[in-house]
Design a protein around this ligand. Structure first.
Ligand SMILES: *Cc1c(COP(=O)(O)O)cnc(C)c1O
Length: 416
């Protein structure tokens, strides 16, 4: 049986432990919600001050060139590419995940509608348990197009084989499920989609910076993802969009704003898409927010996703073991897959009083979050989470459950 001292020893032996010093984490907080909003890299404060004070304040409009503002979506995209198995010039950081889903899904449907002999493909396959915005965007786009598209929702991954057929235009899945932490086999599903002639669109919101991703090697076509979760870009920081090199030439997205024009400053009345991934852009970007994304990416550059994955699995294994052994008498049910191959970097447990128990944890400084129905979600960010944090969090959970230190009638906040 593991002890607290064993956890101290594991932290001492941990080669990644010094990375934690690069984050600002408040005293008395065990932060297990980096899957929702990553912690703040210390340098983000001075970086944003530099943007506001020097680049904006002193250099004014000249900063679009001098400070590289105009290139920022591509420069960040190239840094992010290494974390998701993509090449330079395949990724831009821009807009939100929801908007990027709209652009990629529209581009994929357009490509299929133009492909010879594929005009019958009218189905988008996705999961009912997908993050709601992904499904809403698909619903919004297809109902707006009003041309017979249908959304086919599966209820479990083993239904994919039957759901993807010769009518399928696009398979749109979230790689790691936000609620359960279940991870799809990217290569297997992408291969299946291609075998049936469908295009594969992945949402990496809970994957980028959380698990190793190999978009090119695993044969994906399009991907989007979030930078404010595991990538620590700051609240509402811009998302990213990846288009496989072979699809960039005919990548046609409907938000054809001037930033995706071949010569934006020629001020031509006629739209003409630029080459490469910048055609995924739309308009002027939030520079202060983009600048902060770089602070998080620069920390990832000091390690590897393989090393982070090893620690992430050790942390989630430890959390599962401790909760299951120490909370045996309580009605907790592990929702996250036990198999490493299907586990992201979070652990979810269902409990009939999940919401009040999570509120009690938060009031004791253990910050996770809650998702309907009954699910307590704990994110483990290997950049700054220690083994001792796992021990102490479980210790507090045990106290709350054993001594019923929660209010079953706790009222819901707007954000859970
Ligand atoms: C967090 C998350 C989003 C967020 O989308 P926004 O446009 O940033 O609000 C989208 N999809 C998934 C799967 C997510 O986990």
């Amino acid at each position: 049986m593991m002890t607290r001292d064993d956890c101290v020893a594991r932290d001492k032996a941990d080669k990644l432990s010094s990375l934690r010093d690069q984050f600002d984490l408040p005293d008395g907080v065990i932060y297990l919600d980096g899957n929702s909003l990553g912690a703040r890299p210390k340098v983000a404060l001075s970086r944003v001050q530099q943007v506001v004070n020097d680049e904006w304040g002193k250099d004014l409009i000249r900063s679009w060139n001098k400070a590289g503002w105009f290139d920022l979506p591509s420069r960040l995209g190239d840094k992010l590419a290494t974390l998701i198995g993509a090449n330079p010039n395949e990724v831009v950081v821009t807009d939100s995940t929801s908007i990027n889903l709209f652009k990629t899904l529209a581009a994929a449907l357009h490509k299929q509608s133009r492909a010879e002999g594929r005009s019958q493909r009218h189905v988008i396959v996705t999961e009912r348990a997908n993050f709601p915005t992904d499904v809403y965007i698909a619903q919004g786009l297809t109902s707006w197009l009003d041309s017979g598209y249908e959304i086919r929702m599966i209820d479990s991954p083993d239904q994919l084989n039957a759901a993807i057929d010769e009518d399928t235009a696009v398979v749109m899945l979230t790689h790691v499920n936000y609620r359960t932490g279940h991870m799809h086999d990217m290569r297997e599903v992408s291969t299946l989609a291609h075998a049936r002639g469908a295009l594969m669109l992945w949402d990496l919101a809970h994957s980028a910076g959380a698990v190793p991703v190999n978009l090119n090697a695993d044969g994906a076509d399009y991907a989007v993802g979030c930078t404010y979760k595991y990538l620590n870009g700051g609240p509402g920081s811009p998302a990213f969009i990846w288009v496989a090199a072979q699809h960039q030439k005919d990548f046609r997205q409907p938000l054809s704003g001037w930033w995706s024009h071949a010569s934006p400053f020629a001020m031509q009345p006629q739209f003409e898409a630029t080459g490469g991934i910048r055609r995924a852009l739309c308009g002027t970007q939030p520079i202060a927010s983009l600048a902060m994304v770089e602070c998080g990416l620069d920390i990832f550059a000091q390690t590897s996703m393989a090393a982070l994955r090893e620690k992430s699995l050790a942390l989630t294994d430890l959390f599962i073991d401790l909760v299951e052994s120490r909370c045996r008498v309580h009605p907790l049910e592990l929702v996250t897959p036990r198999e490493h191959a299907h586990r992201g970097s979070q652990v979810s447990f269902a409990h009939p009083h999940g919401y009040p128990v999570m509120q009690a944890l938060i009031s004791r400084g253990v910050i996770g979050d809650y998702r309907e129905p009954h699910i307590m979600r704990f994110g483990f960010t290997p950049l700054y989470t220690r083994f001792i944090d796992v021990w102490d969090a479980v210790d507090i959970l045990v106290d709350i459950l054993d001594n019923k230190r929660y209010d079953p009638a706790a009222l819901r906040d707007a954000v859970t």
